[in-house]
Design a binder for this molecule. Structure first.
Ligand code: GAP
Length: 442
């Protein structure tokens, strides 16, 4: 990852259709991004891998898709109305806004250089408020959810009574969250609209001591073994007493070495019975769980794994990015995505357009669509077409040449090593699946 900078990632994302600034033709909207043809596929692939890992490969985890708009009392109960704030200051001279905990208030304004120009810090709630119904008044105020987790808590009893889950069990959810972030630099790292992949694991009080380290281990393994992230680019950070969120008994972040330095990627939080207890208090509805074996009744404890999906996309791009010097003075930009998250898995390229090669390649590409995300490219020199695929991280290129018409074989080119092998077309899909299964980042 030696030569990656945020500017290079931003430029590649725009150039190759991964990520665009929202509403760009109107000057852009800060903190909001659009995922282009490549970006949405990458994001969906990461989401699907997480979903499979959580709901399919682990015991006793079920899915949920709660609504973004919720009853406003939810956010009073959860503590977000009173506690989900950042201290904010404005420069009286240039009107720039900063988080008071991120700048030195005695120093000159970093934008206009004026000294002593900051307002006194005031707390700013990060929730976006809007109104439901025709009347715009305090009674109609609702919020765009700032985390997906609360949807899981308020449906806890619904899930228990409608499915056969028994504690310990988890509920997983992926969806949009919204925060009116004061500072939104560093591209999609911190945006106002983003996606989270969260899982709340409900367990008997006391057993959280066992499940908390278990989930920490599982989540780190996911990044290294499934997403194929370089292990040296990941580390743990335990929250100190001044960093702990208002709901947490203990918390660890998985940090990733982003182009701007080590930053949080995912939080694993021990949330005790805080949220369910609060919802019981505020809603007046029983939130206890009756253990069918011991007949004990209790409010479960929760271990939460909370990852940013859009932040995962930035990690995947940064981790994969490499500019390589090749023999002969040539360079290539290559994204070393794990084949399972690459937006395109196989590109089919006819060596030349004429003599029936294009038709043959086109037909082959259609056949491969059943198993893989494919692309077809017939324009330009073959070397340039390989570079184009390298730059979007396509792990396999299949080239159709004159020999193909004679012996029904193609050249299979591997992105990372650039090695090529001759494969019979009937073997091709299995060869690609095998290579994907055995993929190791070098
Ligand atoms: N339910 C707990 C919770 O939301 P959090 O640490 O505030 O905890 C969890 O957020 C994850 O969500 C973060 O680790 C990060 O990946 C992602 N996230 C939070 N705020 C974000 C933002 N403004 N933009 C992008 N991702 C964000």
């Amino acid at each position: 990852m030696g030569n990656v900078t945020m500017d290079k990632i931003v430029s590649l994302c725009k150039r190759r259709g991964f990520i665009f600034q929202s509403s760009e033709i109107y000057g852009g909207l800060n903190g909001a991004y659009d995922y282009g043809p490549m970006g949405v596929q990458l994001k969906n692939n990461i989401r699907d891998m997480w979903w499979k890992e959580m709901t399919q490969l682990h015991d006793s985890i079920v899915g949920l898709d709660a609504s973004i708009l919720m009853h406003p009392r939810v956010w009073e109960a959860s503590g977000h109305v009173s506690n989900f704030t950042d201290p904010m200051v404005d420069c009286k001279q240039c009107k720039s806004r900063f988080r008071a905990d991120q700048i030195d208030l005695n120093a000159p304004c970093p934008v206009c250089g004026t000294r002593g120009s900051f307002t006194t810090p005031r707390n700013f709630n990060l929730m976006f408020a809007t109104h439901i119904g025709a009347d715009v008044d305090a009674a109609s105020t609702i919020y765009l959810r700032p985390e997906t987790a609360q949807g899981i808590y308020v449906d806890f009893k619904n899930v228990v009574s409608s499915s056969r889950v028994k504690i310990p069990f988890g509920i997983a959810q992926v969806g949009k969250s919204f925060r009116n972030e004061i500072t939104t630099k560093n591209f999609i790292f911190r945006s106002c609209e983003f996606e989270q992949m969260e899982m709340q694991f409900f367990c008997k009080p006391g057993t959280d001591e066992k499940w908390f380290p278990y989930w920490r281990e599982q989540r780190m393994k996911f990044y290294v073994e499934k997403l194929g992230i370089v292990a040296d680019h990941l580390r743990w950070h335990q929250h100190g007493p001044d960093e702990l969120a208002f709901y947490a008994k203990d918390a660890y972040d998985i940090q990733f070495l982003f182009p701007m330095g080590w930053q949080e990627l995912e939080g694993v939080h021990s949330r005790t019975d805080y949220d369910l207890t609060q919802h019981q208090k505020f809603s007046g509805k029983d939130q206890t769980y009756l253990d069918p074996e011991t007949n004990e009744r209790y409010i479960p404890y929760v271990v939460e794994t909370s990852a940013g999906l859009t932040r995962n996309v930035l990690m995947a791009m940064s981790d994969a990015y490499e500019e390589q010097e090749l023999e002969g003075g040539d360079t290539r930009t290559v994204l070393h995505f794990h084949p399972e998250i690459a937006p395109v898995t196989v590109a089919v390229l006819p060596l030349v357009k004429k003599d029936g090669l294009a038709e043959f390649a086109n037909k082959l590409e259609h056949e491969l669509r059943e198993d893989f995300a494919t692309d077809y490219d017939q324009s330009g020199a073959i070397g340039r077409r390989y570079r184009r695929q390298d730059e979007v991280g396509t792990p396999y290129c299949v080239t159709v040449d004159y020999d193909t018409l004679q012996d029904n074989t193609v050249t299979l080119r591997f992105r990372d090593s650039m090695e090529q092998e001759r494969v019979a077309i009937p073997e091709l899909a299995n060869r690609i699946k095998k290579a994907t299964k055995e993929y190791k980042r070098v």
